[in-house]
Design a protein around this ligand. Structure first.
Ligand code: SF4
Length: 343
């Protein structure tokens, strides 16, 4: 079996080159070809001698994802279903918004957390993604001419902090100037709340943004919507988030999906204000996208506006986001579910 190089950090590539009797700088050369120039063919790496190119092709591969299906809606949101080497599949989404183009990445095949409003949670957990599979979602994004990804969010399939080691390696590759070279300020990891891992991420020194998928401001409601809350409750998570903030010096984002009659009432907004009092943060409100087989509905527009207006200016900053791509099933896990249902 040949070793796949996509998903190795520059340091690992340097070490690998030394292991096969080459100079370490060859590893940096490889990182630039694989990540900066997005080249998956050793033969095209023209500043590497022909004998070394032959040797690399004999020993190593540069694996890619296979595209199963890609759909696009009127807003330009593009959702791609990728096939993995073992036949599993995952999704990534490109979301244009004014001058921004945000890429939403998956970190697991399925998800073990089974949030009750989520299509991915319904699929269940299959396995963690490798670093190569995470990074390839970026490298193979279906970009138009002159398009450039401006932001990356880890909000696709899976709980990123439960694939922590591979998440950290993928982040290193994204941040490394010799590899992809993305700005830390433009990367956000979203979590349903694993307090120990939130602290570990703070201690990693990578000053990336953190979004906490809140969705309910009391343990009683959150226990029902997000079973992980029974293991790690709101108080434990808020402590970890405050720690993150103290180390990173960036505002935490609270993601709150509004679901009709469940968490979109003024009393829910009042609980939310109380919960996050004193925490410098942003709140992202998102209208729920209904999913087959889940008993939840999209909120009424008047309730959404009333909820937002209750929060601001009592809280620091509130944005109301559309869950982009309603008509192309852009909520996480829905394209995959629909594709297999059709088959
Ligand atoms: S919302 Fe996120 S954490 Fe919850 S089941 Fe879906 S993918 Fe997993």
């Amino acid at each position: 079996m040949k070793t796949n190089l996509t998903g190795l950090t520059t340091e690992s590539l340097e070490k690998l080159m030394v292991d096969i009797g080459e100079k370490p700088f060859r590893g940096r050369q490889l990182a630039r070809w694989i990540y900066k120039k997005n080249c998956a063919d050793f033969e095209k790496m023209t500043d590497i001698s022909q004998p070394l190119r032959d040797k690399l092709a004999q020993l190593f591969t540069l694996n890619k994802l296979s595209e199963i299906e890609s759909v696009r809606d009127d807003s330009g949101t593009r959702k791609t279903l990728w096939k993995l080497d073992d036949g599993e599949s995952i999704e990534s989404v490109l979301i244009p918004d004014e001058s921004r183009l945000t890429l939403c990445l998956s970190t697991q095949v399925g998800c073990p957390l089974n949030c009750k409003f989520c299509a991915t949670g319904k699929i269940g957990f299959k396995r963690n993604l490798t670093t190569g599979e995470i990074v390839n979602q970026y490298l193979q994004s279906p970009l138009g001419e002159a398009e450039r990804i401006t932001n990356i969010v880890f909000m696709g399939m899976g709980e990123p902090l439960l694939n922590f080691d591979n998440l950290l390696i993928a982040l290193r590759i994204l941040l490394d100037d010799n590899a992809i070279g993305f700005g830390a300020k433009k990367i956000t990891v979203s979590t349903a709340g694993i307090p120990e891992r939130i602290r570990n991420l703070a201690d990693s020194g990578m000053k990336i943004g953190l979004a906490f998928s809140l969705n309910a401001a009391t343990d009683e409601l959150r226990n029902r919507l997000m079973p992980i809350n029974r293991k790690y409750n709101l108080a434990e998570n808020l402590e970890a988030l405050k720690y993150y903030q103290s180390k990173i010096d960036r505002r935490i984002t609270f993601e709150y999906i509004l679901i009709r009659g469940v968490n979109d009432r003024i009393k829910d907004a009042a609980n939310l204000v109380k919960l996050i009092k004193g925490i410098p943060c942003k709140i992202n409100l998102i209208r729920y996208n209904p999913i087959d087989g889940r008993p939840f509905e999209r909120p009424d527009e008047k309730d959404v506006i009333a909820f937002r207006d209750y929060l601001y200016p009592q809280t620091y900053a509130v944005t109301l986001r559309e869950s982009k791509g309603t008509d192309i099933t852009a909520a996480c896990g829905q394209l995959k579910a629909n594709y297999y249902n059709r088959r």
